[in-house]
Design a protein around this ligand. Sequence first.
Ligand code: FAD
Ligand code: NAP
Length: 338
Amino acid sequence: MQPQSNYPLRKLNTFGMDVSARYFASAGSIGEIQELLLDSRFRGLDQVILGGGSNVLLSRDINGLVLKNDIRGIFKIREDERYAWVQAGAGEPWHPFVRHTIGLGLAGLENLSLIPGNTGAAPMQNIGAYGVELKDVFEELEALDRTDGSLVRFGVRDCEFGYRDSIFKGKFRDRFIIVTVTVRLSKIPEFHIEYGAITRELEAMGVSGLTIDGISQAVMRIRSSKLPDPALIGNAGSFFKNPECPASLVEALKDQYPEMPVYPAAEGKMKMAAGWLIEKAGWKGYRKGDAGVHPLQALVLVNYGHAKGEEILELAGRIQASVEEMFKISLEREVNVY
Ligand code: FAD
Ligand code: NAP
């Protein structure tokens, strides 16, 4: 494979950061990736794996190899009376994959409709929306170990999935390149409509009787009406994770802010809505130069045109400091910064 030099990345990241890669290659097979991993030209240099570029902030030129994983293919690999196991190549765009499985009459991914990006990145942060996470349907993934090019299988326990988290963002950060993802989907749907917006949207659509396609359509309509389209305004979705805080802290804050939304979380903790905290701290709609906080979604930082990575990071730091000061809560970045 012959990588290209000084490659512009602006169109390959939804934040629209105008940076370049010293080397860039798009790989369509495991063999091509292995070849690149063994190439001595890139040894000792940075290596960044890119899917759809919708969860990254590229804050500088990459002095090394940017490898776009374009392995394609969707296969139903087995089925029984109740389930079907479907495998997708890491380079399959996520939303068309979701729609494909719905077309096969298989349930499990409908709440995750319209999430940008590619399938290979979905396990990275255990993507989630509207009460469903990838881990709920995940069977296994295959990944190449960057240290020796070997192919390794990870089952659900190996991935250590958490809230917008996995082992690939922790202990194994930058170690593995995911090449396939297999999900176990159900022939008998279990509907997840506990997020109020879904039921409201289904009612507005005049839908009587739940179907997986109906839920997918409802989610698509809600998302299209609420979320900033990266084709129109640069962003990478939620910049911060929703914090999970000790119940004692949340109760004390509830006395002060009775209207504050809180949701149950694991082990005596409560989940707070980071967007609400940021809005309450006065940042919603803020803009300095081309870096800003979306006027309708305070959790989404935006690039109005030519913002630089450091301007977005500076803004993120100021938001974190003011939320910390006001609520004693540390916001953790969700977006991957390079
Ligand atoms: P990229 O941005 O290309 O990469 C993300 C990270 O994964 C990087 O660290 C990259 O190096 C690594 N990576 C990518 N592919 C591979 C691979 N094959 N092997 C190893 N590492 C890899 N996320 C949610 O969870 N829920 C949502 O509802 C949601 N909504 C969004 C809405 C908008 C408008 C936007 C812009 C983003 C949203 N996101 C959401 C975030 C994002 O779309 C997801 O995290 C998505 O899975 C990222 O996929 P990607 O291919 O674009 O990853
Ligand atoms: P929303 O419906 O306005 O709700 C705000 C926050 O409250 C969400 O982040 C959600 O947490 C939480 N929430 C709402 N109802 C809940 C319930 N019944 N139980 C538990 N938690 C609840 O959120 P939104 O911004 O429009 O996003 C809708 C969904 O898409 C959310 O699931 C969100 O995570 C997802 N999304 C993610 C990104 C991203 O980049 N990660 C971007 C856009 C949207 P959760 O986030 O934990 O679900």
